[in-house]
Design a protein around this ligand. Sequence first.
Ligand code: BES
Ligand code: MN
Ligand code: ZN
Length: 484
Amino acid sequence: MNFELRVFEPSAVSREKCDVSLVLVSNNFQAGKDALSVLIAKALKSGDLEAKAGQVLDIYRPIGFVATHVVLVHVADGSPADVRKGVAAAVAAVKGAKPKHVTLGFLQQPSAQALRVAVTTLADASYAYTTTKSDKKGRHIEKVMVAVPDDKALSAGFVRAVAAVSGIELAKEWGNRPANYATPTHLAGVAKALAKFSRVKVDVLGHKEVDKLGMGALLAVAKGSDEPLRFIVMHYNGAAKSDAPVVLVGKGITFDSGGISIKPAAEMDEMKYDMCGAASVLGVFRALAELQPNINVVGLIAACENLPGSRAVKPGDVVTSMSGQTIEVLNTDAEGRLVLCDALTYAERFKPYAVLDIATLTGACVVALGGVRSGFFTVDALLSAGLMAASESSQDLCWQMPLDDDYAEGLKTSFADVANVAGRAGGAVTAAKFLQRFTAKYRWAHLDIAGTAWKSGATKGATGRPVGLLLDYLLDQAKAGSVD
Ligand code: BES
Ligand code: MN
Ligand code: ZN
C-alpha cells in the first residue's frame, strides 16, 4: 500500500479522483462555502452525522463529487483514541466497495499523533493475509492520499507513521504464518534480510554457540524438537558507540505445544503465535531501518519450538541458566520464561540504557487485561512513564502491573535456586517475578502481550502489536535525549 501526504483543500475534494473519500470531521468543524463543507453542515444539522467518535455517514455518488463514496466520519475532539475509532469505523463501512484509491482528509490540522494513528488504523483495517492461500488477492486499497491543511508541519510525523505501518505489517505477516512456514531458521532469515539496510547488523547463533554460552534454559526448551534453535542478535547503530542501547528481547517460540506438560488440543493451533514477541522486535527493526533515527537499539530473539519427545525436558528436571542460577522445570509449558532468562543474561554485555522483553508469556495476563491493553511490569519510574506516554500516543495500549516481592514466594523450591512456576494465582505476575531475577544489572521492563498480539475467533489474526508502542517509546526517548 502506498501512502502520500499533501495539502487539503476542502473545495478540491469534489474533484478528487478516487473511489472513496474519507473525511474526518471533528468538534471544531467550521463550515465554509465549498460543496464539502455544505454537505457536512447539513449532515450535522439533520443529525445524520452524529457528533460522536466513530459515527459514519456513507454518501453514495453525491452530486458534484467524482468519488463513488464520500464517507463523513466523526472523530469528536480529534484525540488519537477518537481518530482510531473513527477511521476503523469508516474503513469497515466501505469494505464491501473494495476501493483501490482512498483519500483520507483531515478538515482540521491533526496532531502528529492523531495523524499516525489514522494511518496505522487505516492500514490495520484494510490488511489481508495471503501467504499460504492460493488466492493471492490481498488488500483492495492500493493508494492512500492523506490530506491535511498544513503538510509541512506534519511531514516528519507522516514518515514515522508509514514506517510504523511497515513494521507492524512485518510483525503481522510472521505472526500469521503457520509454524511450518515460520521456523526459528525462517525468523533468522528475516533478521538477516533486514541487515541489507544501512545501520543494521545481524548475527545468528545456533546450537553450538548457545551451548558454549551456557544457555542451559534455552537449550532445555529446544531439546524436544528436531527443528534447530536460533538465537538472533540484531543491532541498529544510529548513534555514537558510547550511547548505551535500548535492548529489546523477543520470545520466539515458533510453536508451543506445552512440551511434556502438553496443552489441550482445542485452540492449540494458536500457539503458532507464540513468537509474536520476536516478530515485534523484527517489526521495530524494519521501522528503524526505514526511519534511520539517531539511537542505538539491540534486538535479541530466542527462537525454538516447544515439543514433547524422547529428548524433551521433563517436569522435575533441573537446568542451569546462563546466569548460573539453577531452575527446576516443574511445568514444561512455562517455557517462555526459560528462553527469555538466558536472553536477559546475554543482554548484560551491551551495558544497556534499558532492556525491554516482549513475550506472549501467560494465559493469566489474558484473563487480567483481555485484548485491550498489554501488561507491563517494571520497578523503574522512568520506564513506566515512557511506556505509558507511548501507549497513549501510539494507541497501542498497555497497563502497569505489580512486582511486589511477596509474589515470588511460590517460586521457591528445595531442588534448585528457583522453580519455573508458582501456583495458579497471579500467574502473569509470578512469571514476571521469575524474569526479574535475571535483570539485576540494568533498568528493565517486561511486556506480556499474550492478550494483545493476536485476535481469536472470526477476526483471527496477528495484530502487529506492540510494534507501535515500542517504536514510539524508542523515538520519544531519543527526542527527550534521555538515551545516553
Ligand atoms: N505461550 C503460553 C502463554 C499463552 C497461553 C499465551 C494462552 C496466550 C494464550 C505460555 O508459554 C504458557 O503456556 N504459559 C502457561 C504458564 C503456566 C504453565 C504457569 C500458561 O499461561 O498457562
Ligand atoms: Mn507454554
Ligand atoms: Zn509459550
